[in-house]
Design a protein around this ligand. Structure first.
Ligand code: HEC
Length: 180
């Protein structure tokens, strides 16, 4: 039997001891290889905009990393220029319900899913420059699990995102928080 190095033993022991610490949890990987940990600091990212899906009664919060925000501030995608490689957009999908004290106002409850798109023209040639990933939220256990049986799930994402082909496949525009 091969001897496992002592340091690895230590890591395994620590992981067993702190099984519920995020660092020791199993990596969440979408079938096309995109990981959840890649966007793990998304909670600190700037808000790009928010969308209401009438057909699904969902509120969507769109966040972007610095690279994506810079693209928006430079006029992408309306100016016809694509986002720079490394741009990431996250979409948090919430169920919408009427506010109990003012039903005309809709409020988000219950996170359902987190989607993200990563721009890398070379790596994601097969899906026209963007990598797609989706993670379903399990509220009871407060964990995510990757969506998609195999890598072809991303083609379904792309099929719909083609409607925004002239905007580098991105539907959402940046909503400035104050006029310039
Ligand atoms: C039936 C059409 C459709 C499908 C399928 C679809 N999307 Fe989208 N997606 C949209 C629309 C419309 C928006 C903008 C409005 C909104 O938030 O829903 C959007 C927005 C997004 C955004 C924010 C950036 C943007 O383009 O505005 C991300 C990230 C995203 N989708 C990821 C995904 C992923 C990952 C999948 C596949 C698992 C997927 N989408 C499948 C229609 C679709």
């Amino acid at each position: 039997m091969k001897k496992i190095p002592l340091s690895l033993n230590m890591v395994i022991l620590l992981c067993l001891a702190f099984l519920f610490l995020p660092g020791c949890q199993k990596e969440l990987t979408a079938p096309n290889g995109l990981t959840f940990s890649f966007i793990s600091d998304y909670k600190n990212w700037p808000l790009i905009s928010f969308n209401y899906r009438q057909d699904l009664n969902e509120l969507h919060m769109i966040l972007g990393n610095r690279t994506a925000l810079e693209g928006y501030l430079n006029g992408t995608p309306q100016n016809g220029k694509p986002f720079t490689d490394g741009s990431v957009l996250v979409r948090l999908i919430f169920t919408a319900r009427p506010n109990p004290n003012f039903p005309q106002a809709l409020e988000p409850i219950g996170l359902q899913r987190l989607d993200y798109m990563l721009k890398d023209a070379e790596r994601f040639k097969g899906t026209e420059g963007w990598g797609y990933a989706s993670f379903i939220y399990d509220a009871e256990n407060r964990t995510f699990k990757p969506f998609g049986k195999d890598a072809s799930f991303a083609q379904e994402c792309l099929n719909c995102h083609r409607l925004a082909k002239t905007r580098d496949y991105i539907f959402t525009s940046y909503t400035p928080k104050a006029p310039k």
